[in-house]
Design a protein around this ligand. Structure first.
Ligand code: GLN
Length: 532
């Protein structure tokens, strides 16, 4: 039987619930359990695919093509698992399922209501993860206890726990224990009140994980235990970590969180295999590491979460090369109005990530040109690859108004064009080319060296692609097509010969990078940036 762990949050948002959930998954997996993850998001969008990164941060894409919350990226990176379509449900998706059943007469004339129909649908989403493949499923509920929109999810979790028994469905509540400077004290009251809110709904968590800036004293643990109805040893401290989020699992392990959870779930204790992770953390925080500076040119650069997986993958590239990657976030539009050389002066590598719409595109193209002409290692991803192709056409092949049809449908040289299969699609949600597709790599290229393989599989999220009509002309001028779809129709990777390291791919390698296994392209990109 699959056991479940539910993680709710209280007091404030941004407590790092996703990282906590991911850390727990990692610890249980390293104790030999098969772990799968799920995120329930109380907003009304069916998925985050149509939301602006300014609203929601990065849209993470799973192997099977789900457009999901960025927390799934943490889950995959920490626990080295693959999330699935069923790993992210929103209120919108739940309601949409219920309403479509209603339209098909699925409720046989009944009145369709939040309870039981919506809550049943949520329970179905939870149990859709039950399988012999999963010993433990960790479900994180987005939002904060007390939010109106979380109520149906909490009610569904309460019912589910009641039905299967608490030893099969443990509840963890993550709260904040703030330090109040004026009083010189840490305060447990917000946590007490937050657990009180859950208790009103009928959920008494078995474990309290307390985010704090300073260590919990014995008296805090006593108070939290007594007033939150939680056994003292199940009050877990999760202090801010000084250097890296990858330290979090090690901190939680010191509090015995993983062994306590296995006790609660009545699962046998097993030894933990954690040395590789500890060594990795040591590498991350080693102060003697050389520093490599990488400029990331984005249009959502002011928001830390918008390029989460890119930043993490760069960190992984650093770990693999035992260097520290310092990221210079550059606003793409600044490269249109200000001096490009001045803004990019001294950087060791330039990365242009994915994006949509033409704001900042010229700045990205200017950055590509700077990297190409000054022989600075360059990695282009999705829109970044499209910009690299446009730049090459304009400035090397003399195709002056070369562009993507996304930005100028009447260009003489649409070197990037809408994919054939996209031409009849008008709906926006979930309709891009999504998820993993195979790709054949050309031998003796930088790409083949990075992968040490000629057959790869990478994740996509796009509507436009390299227009093969212009392939010959661009290749004659020195562009190397180093990755193609197996039918030879779609150009997936391009690179330059006369350059230390210039690789641009249509897919998103950042989604498959983990701290223990840096993605090959990130690893070689950082390596090249370190060497140049
Ligand atoms: N806007 C481009 C396209 O749809 C690039 C997408 C992306 O970078 N994810 O093809």
């Amino acid at each position: 039987m699959t056991k479940h762990i539910f993680i709710t949050g209280g007091v404030v948002s941004s407590l790092g619930k996703g990282i906590t959930a991911a850390s727990i998954a990692m610890l249980l997996k390293q104790r030999g359990y098969k772990v799968q993850m799920q995120k329930l998001d109380p907003y009304l969008n069916v998925d985050p695919g149509t939301m602006s990164p300014f609203q929601h941060g990065e849209v993470y894409v799973t192997e099977d093509g789900a457009e999901t919350d960025l927390d799934l990226g943490h889950y995959e990176r920490f626990a080295d698992i693959q999330c699935k379509q069923g790993s992210n449900f929103t209120t919108g998706r739940i309601y949409s399922n219920v309403i479509s059943k209603e339209r098909q007469g699925g409720y046989l004339g009944g009145t369709v209501q939040v309870i039981p129909h919506i809550t049943n649908e949520i329970k179905d989403a939870i149990t859709s993860m039950d399988s012999p493949e999963n010993d433990i499923v960790i479900t994180e509920l987005g939002g904060t206890a007390g939010d109106i929109e979380s109520l149906p999810f909490l009610e569904a979790i309460r019912q589910y726990r009641h039905e299967v028994g608490f030893e099969n469905a443990v509840s963890i509540h993550l709260t904040l224990v703030p330090y109040i400077k004026a009083a010189g004290e840490m305060k447990t009251k917000p946590s007490q009140q937050s657990v009180g809110l859950l208790r009103e709904i009928g959920i008494i968590p078995e474990m309290l994980v307390c985010r704090c800036e300073r260590p919990l004293e014995d008296e805090h643990r006593d108070k939290l235990s007594l007033f939150c109805n939680i056994k003292k040893q199940y009050v877990i401290e999760e202090m801010d970590v000084p250097h890296s989020i990858y330290e979090v699992p090690l901190e939680l392990m010191k509090e015995n969180l993983d062994t306590l959870l296995l006790d609660l779930l009545k699962l046998p204790q097993r030894p933990i295999d954690i040395q590789e992770w500890k060594d990795m953390v040591k590498t991350v925080i080693n102060p003697d590491n050389d520093v490599v500076e990488i400029a990331v040119i984005g249009k959502y650069i002011s928001l830390q979460d918008a390029y989460k997986s890119i930043y993490e993958a760069l960190t992984h590239g650093g770990i693999a090369n035992a260097v520290k990657v310092k990221i210079k976030m550059v606003e793409a539009e600044d490269l249109e109005s200000k001096d490009v050389a001045e803004l990019l002066l001294g950087v060791n590598g330039i990365l242009v990530p994915g994006g949509f719409g033409d704001r900042g595109v010229l700045g990205k193209i200017n950055a590509v040109q700077y990297a190409r002409e000054n022989k600075i290692p360059f990695l282009g991803i999705c829109l970044g690859m499209q910009c690299a192709v446009i730049e090459f056409a304009r400035n090397v092949c003399d195709m002056k108004d070369a562009n993507s049809a996304e930005f100028n449908p009447s260009t003489t040289y649409p070197v990037i064009d809408l994919m054939e299969e996209q031409k009849t699609i008008t709906a926006k949600g979930g309709t891009m080319r999504l998820g993993a597709y195979p790709c054949n790599i050309k031998s003796d290229t930088k790409t083949s060296t990075a992968y040490s393989s000629l057959d790869i599989q990478e994740r996509h999220r796009h509507r436009y692609e390299f227009n093969s009509e212009w392939a010959e002309k661009l290749e004659k001028n020195g562009l190397i097509i180093s990755g193609l779809s197996p039918d030879g129709k779609l150009v997936e990777v391009v690179e330059l010969a006369d350059h230390p390291w210039f690789v641009a791919c249509q897919f998103h390698p950042e989604f498959k990078s983990t701290p223990l296994h840096a993605h090959p392209l990130f690893k070689d990109f950082v390596k090249a940036a370190h060497e140049v």
